[in-house]
Ligand binder design. Sequence first.
Ligand SMILES: [Zn+2]
Length: 299
Amino acid sequence: MKNIVLTLPTLILMLFSSLATVHASEEAPAIKVQALAGGGLHLLQGRGGNVLASIGLDGVLLVDNDYADLGPAYEKAIAELSQSELAPGFIINTHWHSDHAGNNEYWGYRGSIMVAHNNVRQRMSTTQEMPALGMTVEPSADIALPLVTFADSIALHFNGNDIEVQHYPNGHTDGDSVVFYSNDNVVHMGDLFFKDRFPFVDLGSSGSVSGYIANVSAVLARVDAQTIIVPGHGSIANRADLERYLDMLKTTTAQVYASLDSGQSVDAIVAAGLGPQWESWGQGFISEERWIQTVAAER
Ligand SMILES: [Zn+2]
């Protein structure tokens, strides 16, 4: 009979190597990087909203920055792409939600300048109630607040791109911006686009289903068959994907409104469902039931 003898040095070595493994995976969750056509644009994906990074001679510009705990992981990914330790010069916030603007504080301490619609700064400065999620969000630290705000639109000129940040009225929230890179024909839509999923419409932040549909129609009119569309959540999309999304929005809201008009209760509409063609759309953050309730709440 053979005994396995673990000497003290072996035990210590095993302990340290397992600690190192745990430590490394906690410190650097993977950020998925995808290069987009032209001008040094990259899609970065962690756990929250999609991040678009422009990397070039002018430095780094981000659109959105994901959840707060992912700051170091993004810092590492950006340093590898840019071959530099410099923090992003500018960060555009498409809206105030913490899965998109969660690292404003992290980057604020590192000198980045946040740019957003007036209502983003306003909402981040005050306590926010999100009844749909049963959440209360405390005001952000001053360092996290956008230093540059605007009412309608603002332009930035960075790494060879003319970048237009255009506000769209009450849709996902009341501070939604869509970011257009005219030279590279790339658009980041923030949460005005959940690819192949029902959207979250934050009624507590003055979002609106009818406004949301109007905004998606307006963006669709501005893009062409070659435009690379970055949704707030989901993979890279094109005009056909956005058209399909708009069709879903129009068809399902008309369906809910028609049922309400015929005297059906919201519960009855939920029980009947929207039909098999929309089943996969409810498998994300917003279920079919939640989508029906949101649409009905505005009627
Ligand atoms: Zn959002």
